[in-house]
Design a protein around this ligand. Structure first.
Ligand code: HEM
Length: 237
């Protein structure tokens, strides 16, 4: 079972991610979009989307720092275990809570605003569901497990395991004694990777950075737009 969960399953999910993305890119480039619903509702979207995106960007950077950089580097730099975990818990806690709050606002918006709900596909709920589960489990580990127990040293277990997966020599034994919440977090995250090519999450892989610099787009109510045109027409008189 352990070999399946920590060796076979991760590659199954990563293969689905890769093959799913290549297939979708080949057959559905027009559908390769985040399907913006800004036109349908803006206030909750702005709050939820900003909280989620800023939160998750910093959570991602935290994962790179905690999992891809070996513990030896921190020791060589003189960063004590205590200082590392204190910083990781504070930064991870704040940014993880931002991401979770953002996701809950986005879910509420999708359920409560009728025209957003009408434009929601089942895949949108699948993406939100996996995101909420992954973030909530990660956050429970950081803020509940680590506070009620001693901070868990994932840099000697999960870290080397994930680097092994990426370098194609995973060692399932490293994951044997990892706390259940963290194991569930990782299994859910892998499932999220597997489903993402079939959802609006594909936009992550296009790195939409140009979006941040694009000219602003204005949406106006139809009535307000007509009044604006009228106003412009009368302006010269
Ligand atoms: C296979 C991939 C992943 C691994 C190995 C992994 C591993 C971890 C680890 C070791 C922690 C720290 C737990 C602690 O504080 O003791 C954590 C926390 C967390 N993870 Fe992940 N994670 C993965 C993917 C993801 C994904 C895809 C998301 C979001 C969609 C995510 C969101 C979070 C959040 C919000 C936290 C709590 C805040 C933090 O400590 O950064 N993780 N994860």
């Amino acid at each position: 079972m352990s070999e399946f969960l920590w060796v076979v399953y991760p590659y199954l999910c990563l293969m689905l991610l890769l093959v799913g993305m290549l297939t979708r890119y080949n057959y559905d480039q027009i559908g390769w979009t985040s399907k913006s619903s800004e036109l349908l509702e803006k206030r909750l979207l702005r709050l939820g989307s900003l909280l989620f995106h800023w939160g998750i960007i910093f959570v991602f950077l935290g994962h790179v720092a905690g999992l891809l950089i070996p513990i030896g580097v921190y020791e060589a730099l003189g960063v004590s275990e205590h200082l590392y975990h204190l910083t990781a818990m504070a930064m991870g806690g704040i940014t993880g809570l931002m991401a979770l709050a953002g996701l809950l606002v986005l879910l509420w918006r999708r359920l409560s605003v009728r025209r957003v709900l009408r434009n929601t596909a089942p895949a949108d709920f699948v993406a939100l569901g996996f995101l909420i589960a992954t973030v909530a489990l990660g956050l429970s580990m950081t803020l509940i497990y680590n506070v009620s127990h001693l901070p868990y040293e994932y840099r000697t277990t999960v870290g080397p395991w994930i680097r092994g997966v990426l370098l194609l020599h995973p060692d399932a034994a490293l994951m044997a004694h990892v706390p259940l919440i963290l194991q569930l977090h990782i299994l859910t995250a892998l499932a999220l990777f597997a489903v993402s090519p079939f959802t609006r999450l594909v936009h992550i892989f296009s790195l939409p950075l140009a979006y941040l610099r694009r000219a602003p787009m204005q949406y106006r109510r139809r009535g307000a737009a007509a009044a604006y045109v009228e106003d412009r027409r009368d302006g010269g008189r």
